[in-house]
Design a protein around this ligand. Structure first.
Ligand code: NIG
Ligand code: FE
Length: 381
């Protein structure tokens, strides 16, 4: 069964220039052909885009969707002047530990559906609100019901039950907890933030243990202040250093000379009323930049990639084209995937149609639900 999507007014492929009056054919969940609408081959079925813009489905390479409860009160307190320190993570850990599998599954399902409706066709999901061997394991098992991009973040913070015994907790996260997590995880992550979470040596230990167990590394780096996270990420060949809010010139140089993607999460700065990451300096230095939501109940409770694109353009000096690339191809790079984030023959048929003539409208019309049709593996949802 083949599907012809035709009359695409503007097609962003991330594989060559933006096309106008384009069409594409989908077969077996993959892109089979792309070209001018006027010379499209016949197909079994047809979808008329009626001049709308189309682009690859968004790749949200950083979320924390397995949790219970919310922290609206903490958000309100912050908007009244309180600072974000990451301390609220333990509130969500307590709620998550007390929740049933079905409650966790229902929340994750609701958020994955919400994301998909807004054009997210690939989503990464981390653990990190379990922080015990059984709870981290079940959070990852539930994450794996929604995506293959699952990340073990047992080293999110030191849980209350290990207060004053951080090194003992790191040993657990590198040992028994990791062993239990490995069957359900592709990635290993650590919140490297001395003071609030883990220092450089602890982060190295967690990542090295994960790598030895067959996981690939990524790092929460330089979110709350300057620190060693980015350097540790580059040193360990991490696929991505995420947040990158507080960077030194040496951090930017290190990223520029590496294959580590800088994944920027501007909805976290929005929701914590913090300064935005230096996207322009990163791009100008040649660093590969991705955009993701960081969806979690504390620092960034949004599933909307279009919202992140709008923030990146308005607040971080990215052009609409750079932001759309970062939210699609950039996310794919951050997940070391070449079958998504791009539309070319052989790639996954994950794409969105906008109720707009151009990708620019994603930032130009902020807060408006422009994603009108989502095709996931070639199937309209
Ligand atoms: O990516 N930085 C650490 N973790 C999350 C915050 C989680 C929370 O506040 O619950 C983040 O922003
Ligand atoms: Fe995060």
């Amino acid at each position: 069964m083949s599907l012809l999507v035709t009359n695409i007014g503007e097609l962003v492929t991330n594989d060559g220039p933006v096309r106008s009056d384009a069409a594409l054919v989908i077969e077996g969940g993959r892109i089979a052909w792309i070209g001018p609408a006027g010379s499209a081959p016949a197909a079994d079925e047809m979808l008329d885009a009626q001049g709308r813009a189309a682009l690859p489905g968004f790749v949200d390479s950083h979320t924390h969707l397995v949790f219970a409860g919310d922290r609206a009160g903490e958000f309100a307190a912050r908007m009244a002047g309180q600072r974000y320190t990451g301390g609220g993570i333990r509130t969500t850990v307590a709620a998550t530990q007390a929740a049933s599998d079905d409650e966790l599954r229902a929340t994750a399902a609701r958020l994955v559906r919400e994301a998909l409706q807004q054009g997210t066709t690939t989503i990464e999901i981390k653990s990190g609100y379990g922080l015990s061997v059984p709870d981290e394991t079940r959070c990852l098992r539930i994450a794996g019901e929604f995506t293959t991009e699952t990340t073990f973040l047992g080293a999110h913070v030191v849980p209350a039950s290990f207060a004053g015994r951080a090194d003992e907790y790191v040993a657990l996260a590198c040992g028994e907890m990791l062993d239990a997590a490995v069957p359900y995880a592709r990635w290993v992550d650590v919140f490297c933030e001395p003071g609030a979470a883990f220092d450089a040596d602890q982060a190295r230990a967690v990542l090295a243990a994960g790598v030895a167990a067959g996981l690939a590394p990524r790092v929460h780096a330089n979110q709350l202040g300057p620190g060693p996270g980015v350097q540790v990420a580059v040193e360990l060949g991490a696929a991505s250093a995420d947040h990158c809010t507080h960077l030194s010139p040496a951090d930017i140089d290190a990223l520029a000379g590496s294959s580590t993607v800088a994944t920027l999460l501007p909805a976290a700065e929005f929701s914590t009323r913090s300064a935005y990451p230096p996207a322009r300096r990163l791009l100008d230095a040649g660093v590969t930049v991705a955009l993701a939501t960081d969806c979690n109940p504390g620092s960034s409770y949004t599933t909307s990639m279009p919202f992140c694109i709008a923030l990146a353009v308005r607040e971080m000096g990215m052009t609409p084209a750079e932001a759309v690339w970062a939210a699609t191809a950039g996310g794919a790079r951050a997940l070391r995937r070449d079958d998504i984030g791009v539309l070319r023959p052989g790639a996954r048929a994950d794409l969105v149609l906008l109720d707009a003539p151009s990708h620019v409208h994603l930032a130009y019309r902020p807060g408006v639900p422009l994603v009108s049709t989502v095709l996931h593996n070639g199937v309209p949802i």
